[in-house]
Structure formats: structure tokens, C-alpha cells
Ligand binder design. Structure first.
Ligand SMILES: Cc1cc2nc3c(=O)[nH]c(=O)nc-3n(C[C@H](O)[C@H](O)[C@H](O)COP(=O)(O)OP(=O)(O)OC[C@H]3O[C@@H](n4cnc5c(N)ncnc54)[C@H](O)[C@@H]3O)c2cc1C
Length: 307
């Protein structure tokens, strides 16, 4: 049995695509399920709150950091493999720490149809299951067969229909909100074979679409808000005259390229600056349109009681 290494006082900034975040009191990156169990035992012994981090691409981490144990599910828990099923479908199993882009490319390379949307999303498979990530009309729930996860020392597997997938949420999100520490270990997905060249070309087309429309060269956490029913967040923000808007010179700005993204120019803004802008946008959009925007970005750590 390998031994988990736990570090103290680790800056979370480089573990968040928004490039904000103070230190984690304790930080561990388990390389297997045994080490994950050890991490929770460590937290229990010390009475620490736990936060499970993937690639940090949907998180705004507090300037005060996280006063507990951050368990990062990284590439050591990101093995990927495939097998042919008797039903003609190919089953791909990817560890939670596998990058979603790697998962998408792996499927495309095998000529599998349905995971092209994943190629340009900068999260992990675990984060994507938690969020039911999606793009261009497809999401994780469309290809998921089952999910393995760790909960209170037990390993469980549930079918996709039990995962409670809905728009940018899953049962794991709800478990987390109810104080459970469920950790996604792997996703099993099934896809039919298609025309490999066409699939690879489609992945490339989606990547180019993203590059053309999104500020991928500036720190952000993707879409700041969920899509409100019957509306598009970016359109509402633009209609409120906020495309390119900044409250101050902190670096926090509504992207001039895509109003749905708040960006952290040069990585100079603090999490508080970004949250202040997010709150301002919500207030102004509500005032102008009557639509309440709900944050897609998750707040991690203390923000004066806000979540
Ligand atoms: C430039 C850019 C573009 C983006 N485009 C899209 C897009 O097109 N579509 C889309 O849906 N999203 C998009 N996102 C948002 C983000 O990439 C996705 O939400 C992604 O799925 C988050 O994965 P992550 O590993 O980074 O999760 P994190 O940000 O690390 O975590 C998100 C949540 O998932 C939980 N979590 C993560 N891993 C696990 C695990 N193994 N077990 C239990 N809980 C876990 C965390 O606790 C947290 O609550 C974009 C982000 C950026 C920066």
C-alpha cells in the first residue's frame, strides 16, 4: 500500500483557471483509491473540512484559500481504456483525473461518435460528471453508462439514470450540497463507431469555433452564469451594455470577446474583485430584464458568507 503525501499551506492559484486563491491549509493529490481513503482519514483525524478539486476550471477560489484539506484528483487517477461491447458499442472507461480533452481525443481517435463536444472543455472527467458538462448540444449524460465513486470509505457504482444528470448538475452536486463527501472515481461511457475522419474534423471545427468566440488566452472559469430558461446569459449581459465592462482596474472584466465570460486580465484581480463584478452583473441584468442569473462558477472557501 502506497503512502499519501499531504502538504501544508499550498497556494491554490495555479490550480484554478481563474488564477485566484489563497492557500489550502492542507493539500493532497492521491494516486489511487487507497490514498484517497487515507486522505479522508487524515481529514477526519484533524477535524478538517474537505474540498475535492479537479482541474479548477469551474471554481472561483477565495483569496483566503481553504481552511481544510483540498484533495485534488489529478492525472494519476486518470487512466483511460476501451473495450468492445456485445451490442456493437464501444465502452470507454476514464478515471476522474483524466482531462476531458484527452477523453474526447481518445474517443475521436478510436472513431467513436458523441464525445466530440468534450475536446475543448478544460476540466477533468470527474468535474465534468459532477457538472454534467456539455457544449454544442451534447453533454456527459448523453454518453454516460455508469459512474464509480467513493463515499465514506465504500466504493459504489451507479447507472447513468441514477446520476440525476440535469443542466450543469448531477446527484454528486446535490450530495455535496448536503454535506456528503462523494468522490467520483471514473466514468464509463458508450459510443457507436462512426466515420473517424469526419469525427476528427468535427472536433477540430468545434475547437476553432471556441477559439474564435471565447477568450481562451485570458484566465477565466468559462461561462460565469448558467443559461437562464428561454434566454442566453451572454445576450442579457450584452443587452445591459456590459460587454467589456470593468468596475475598476483590478483586472476583473466582462470579456470584450464573449459577454458570458468574466475574465481575470493578467491574473491580477483578486477573487473578491471578480465576485464584486459578478454580483454587479447579476444586479444590472435583473434590473434591466427581470431575469435572475444563477452562477455556474462555484465559490470555494470563505466569501463573507456567500456561496
Ligand atoms: C475556457 C473555459 C471554457 C469552458 N467551457 C465549458 C463548456 O463548454 N461546457 C461546460 O460545461 N463547461 C465549460 N467550462 C467549465 C468547466 O471546464 C467545466 O465545468 C468542467 O467540467 C469542470 O471540471 P473541473 O475538473 O475543472 O472541475 P473543478 O472546477 O475542479 O470542480 C468543479 C466542481 O466539481 C467537483 N469535482 C471535481 N472533480 C470531482 C470528483 N472527482 N469527485 C467529486 N467532485 C468533483 C468540485 O468539488 C467542484 O464542486 C469551461 C471553463 C473554461 C475555463
Amino acid at each position: 500500500m502506497s503512502d499519501l503525501s499531504v502538504s501544508e499551506n499550498v497556494s491554490l492559484r495555479s490550480f484554478s483557471t481563474f488564477r485566484t486563491g489563497g492557500p489550502a491549509k492542507y493539500f493532497a493529490e492521491p494516486s489511487n483509491e487507497d490514498e484517497l481513503t487515507q486522505a479522508f482519514a487524515f481529514a477526519r483525524e484533524k477535524g478538517l473540512e474537505v474540498f475535492v478539486l479537479g482541474n479548477g476550471s469551474n471554481c472561483l477560489i477565495s483569496d483566503n484559500g481553504f481552511n481544510g484539506l483540498v484533495i485534488r484528483i489529478g492525472k494519476q487517477m486518470g487512466q483511460i481504456s476501451s473495450e468492445e461491447g456485445p451490442d456493437g458499442l464501444t465502452y470507454v472507461t476514464a478515471g476522474a483525473g483524466c482531462l476531458l480533452s484527452r477523453f474526447g481525443n481518445f474517443c475521436a481517435d478510436l472513431g467513436l461518435e458523441g464525445a466530440e463536444f468534450a475536446c475543448g472543455i478544460p476540466g477533468t472527467v470527474g468535474g465534468a460528471v459532477f457538472m454534467n458538462a456539455g457544449a454544442y448540444g451534447r453533454e456527459i449524460k448523453d454518453i454516460a453508462v455508469s459512474v464509480r465513486y467513493w463515499e465514506d470509505g465504500e466504493i459504489k457504482e451507479i447507472s447513468a439514470s441514477e446520476c440525476g444528470f440535469a443542466y450543469r448538475t448531477s446527484i454528486f452536486d446535490r450530495k455535496n450540497a448536503n454535506g456528503s463527501n462523494a468522490v467520483i472515481l471514473s466514468l464509463k461511457a458508450a459510443m457507436p463507431k462512426g466515420d473517424r475522419e469526419k469525427i476528427l474534423a468535427y472536433c477540430e471545427e468545434l475547437r476553432q469555433k471556441r477559439t474564435a468566440s471565447q477568450p481562451l488566452d485570458v484566465p477565466s472559469a468559462g461561462s460565469t452564469f448558467k443559461r437562464p430558461e428561454d434566454h442566453f446569459a451572454a445576450k442579457l449581459i450584452e443587452d445591459s451594455g456590459l460587454k467589456g465592462f470593468a468596475l475598476d482596474d483590478s483586472g476583473a472584466q466582462v470579456s470584450p470577446k464573449h459577454a458570458g465570460f468574466v475574465v481575470n486580465n493578467n491574473g491580477t484581480a483578486k477573487a473578491e474583485d471578480i465576485l464584486k463584478l459578478i454580483d454587479y452583473i447579476s444586479g444590472k441584468v435583473y434590473e434591466d430584464s427581470g431575469v435572475r442569473l444563477e452562477k455556474e462558477v462555484r465559490l470555494i472557501g470563505e466569501f463573507g458568507g456567500k456561496r
